[in-house]
Design a protein. Structure first.
Length: 264
């Protein structure tokens, strides 16, 4: 399904396979990836992009879970080989071209961009999904270059972009690219209602936990960020393992705050 070597998490949806590598990536026993509306939209976008060799975009603030969700969506909905790259900050067109070539297996090609584009186009003739993570680092010129490569009649690749809010700002300045993205999915931080809804599904330790304690964790540490909830869950799982208790207590949460340097 993919030639990338990235790992990722378990999902609570019936249509998502139970990948063993997801639990290994999360490194939290019994944790599950929760299928949110944003994830479902993104999964649809990935599937459509792969079928149509089009473009899909996941954007939002850091820690909202977009990259994590994109990996799961690709694992469950993409049947193409996958090439994943994370560009440097504001790369030149030459640097982006060289990185694409390297990730596609050409490690020794050097020269001017115009020379390197020809072998790159040949490599992109075979259907695949190109994923650009941290896409907000790209310049408008680089994004337009990806659009140019995607629009060529002699290339056959789908494109998935994941990045911060600036990613959408740059996309919106490029109408030719923006029109090629029928699904642009925003990932936001979880609100209080979503914390109550999703956290008990994310890990069994939260199912019996008082809702006020869930809110305390979020108010004093996680602030709706999936990545920080993962950190807290790892810490609480260790606290449970060391104590021999079956239920998370407020004392364990306070100890986790200290370990994680949480502040009000």
């Amino acid at each position: 399904m993919s030639d990338s070597n990235g790992d990722d998490p378990l999902v609570d949806g019936d249509d998502i396979p139970d990948y063993a590598w997801l639990a290994r990536y999360m490194r939290i026993p019994s944790a599950r990836f929760v299928s949110t509306p944003s994830f479902e939209l993104l999964a649809d976008g990935v599937e459509e992009a792969c079928e149509d060799l089009g473009i899909t975009v996941a954007y939002g603030n850091p820690g909202a879970g977009k990259t994590f969700a994109l990996r799961v969506a690709i694992a469950s909905r993409c049947r193409l080989p996958v090439t994943w790259l994370e560009p440097e900050h504001r790369p030149t067109l030459l640097a982006l071209t060289e990185q694409l070539l390297y990730e596609l297996g050409e490690h020794d090609l050097v020269g001017q961009r115009r020379v390197l584009v020809r072998p790159l186009i040949r490599l992109l003739a075979e259907p695949r999904l190109i994923v650009v993570d941290e896409a907000q680092r790209l310049t408008a010129e680089c994004i337009d270059h990806l659009r140019y490569l995607s629009d060529r009649v002699d290339t056959n690749f789908a494109l998935a972009l994941a990045g911060g809010v600036r990613c959408m700002e740059v996309l919106n300045t490029e109408p030719q690219l923006a029109r090629r993205c029928p699904l642009k999915v925003e990932f936001t931080y979880l609100d209080r209602e979503e914390i109550e809804q999703y956290m008990p599904r994310y890990h069994p330790m939260y199912e019996p936990l008082e809702r006020r304690l869930l809110h305390r964790i979020d108010d004093e540490y996680a602030h709706g960020m999936i990545g920080l909830w993962a950190n807290m869950t790892k810490r609480l799982h260790r606290e449970l393992s060391h104590s021999g208790e079956k239920l998370v207590t407020e004392e364990m949460i306070e100890a986790a705050f200290v370990r994680l340097d949480a502040t009000d």
